[in-house]
Ligand binder design. Structure first.
Ligand SMILES: Cc1cc2nc3c(=O)[nH]c(=O)nc-3n(C[C@H](O)[C@H](O)[C@H](O)COP(=O)(O)OP(=O)(O)OC[C@H]3O[C@@H](n4cnc5c(N)ncnc54)[C@H](O)[C@@H]3O)c2cc1C
Length: 295
């Protein structure tokens, strides 16, 4: 019944796992997976699921998720087909499924500045806005003018204030049933080569300092006020620590990587040991930046 309905509005699969859909490469079977063809289809699907009280989770590129091994008995909605964007009068309109590294590169080639801080963040526009993702002292809240949100069955534009942005937070995190559909982003014009050089330099530094060749969900913990999570993790001797397939990266101790076969239980086991160790030694409570789902 659900499958029949979903098939009318997108590309449907019943054989996907979170392992297939997340950069950490772990997690169990997903009962229903759907990639809506269009914004209209997304609206129809979400309204149907809400009306029928069926649980669902919208995902972008799965680069900030640690997912459990048990079957998810709901619907995972991927917005990867909502991937168009356009520029009008130095304003970008980008749908939620646009991959940010590719977009940042395309904008740079056309001499548009805005997303260079995000060029190395492997997520979609929707995921970056949801997380208010950031790097190099920039974050999405600096550039997002308005966000198109599917809220209680209606598409509405929320302005920057209404998004309630703060460090790695947006209002969407308080309303898990809303969806980000698109965003308008302010662009400024700059020399194309200058932007491309800056992005290349930052990517080189990322490669030097982060285990980009390994399966991870990026930084595991938020940085507490006035210090860095990696320093505290080093301070309790966890750099390089291995448990089953999980390893605290030697290259960057705030990256906890899956060397193969690691599960969410293994990952979270290490996370809780670090939280306890840091609390005991420094009196600081580390908070996860990576989101737990279905575990
Ligand atoms: C190698 C690596 C480097 C990273 N570097 C950084 C960095 O420098 N800075 C940083 O901030 N993060 C970084 N991250 C983390 C991650 O890329 C960001 O958090 C990113 O914003 C997640 O985007 P996503 O599309 O992958 O979202 P997902 O992981 O798919 O989803 C994350 C959350 O957003 C929600 N969501 C996604 N799309 C929508 C939507 N359209 N509507 C409603 N909810 C939605 C999901 O339900 C979920 O709760 C890094 C990750 C990796 C693997």
């Amino acid at each position: 019944m659900i499958a029949q309905f979903l098939k009318q509005h997108g590309e449907y699969h019943d054989d996907k796992t979170f392992k297939d859909l997340t950069t950490l490469k772990m997690g169990g079977h997903i009962r229903h997976f759907i990639v809506p063809h269009s914004i209209d289809d997304l609206v129809i699907i979400v309204n149907y699921l809400k009306t029928n009280r069926i649980s669902y989770k919208i995902i972008g590129n799965g680069s900030n998720l640690v997912c459990g091994e048990s079957e998810y008995d709901g619907v995972v909605i991927s917005l990867r087909k909502l991937d168009s964007y356009e520029i009008n009068n130095d304003e970008l309109y980008a749908e939620a499924g646009v991959m940010v590294p590719l977009l940042a590169n395309n904008l740079a080639k056309q001499g548009y500045s805005a997303l260079e801080f995000a060029a190395g963040i492997p997520g979609c526009i929707g995921g970056l806005v949801y997380m208010n993702a950031g790097a190099y002292k920039g974050s999405m809240s600096d550039i997002v003018k308005e966000t198109l949100v599917l809220k209680d069955g209606e598409l509405i534009w929320l302005n920057n204030d209404e998004m309630d942005f703060s460090y790695r937070h947006s209002i969407l995190q308080d309303h898990p049933r809303w969806a980000i559909v698109a965003a308008k982003i302010n662009l400024t014009r700059k020399d194309s080569q200058e932007i491309l050089d800056l992005m290349a330099d930052r990517l080189r530094r990322r490669k030097e300092t982060q285990p980009l060749e390994m399966a991870s969900a990026g930084s595991c913990f938020r940085n507490p006020e006035g210090t860095f999570a990696w320093k505290l993790i080093d301070g309790i001797g966890y750099r390089g620590k291995k448990v089953n397939g999980i390893c605290v990266s030697e290259k960057h101790s705030n990256f906890i990587v899956n060397e193969g076969g690691g599960t969410a239980d293994d990952y979270l086991g290490v996370v809780y040991q670090i939280i306890d160790g840091v609390k005991e030694k420094y009196g600081i409570k580390l908070v996860m930046e990576v989101e737990k789902f279905n575990c």
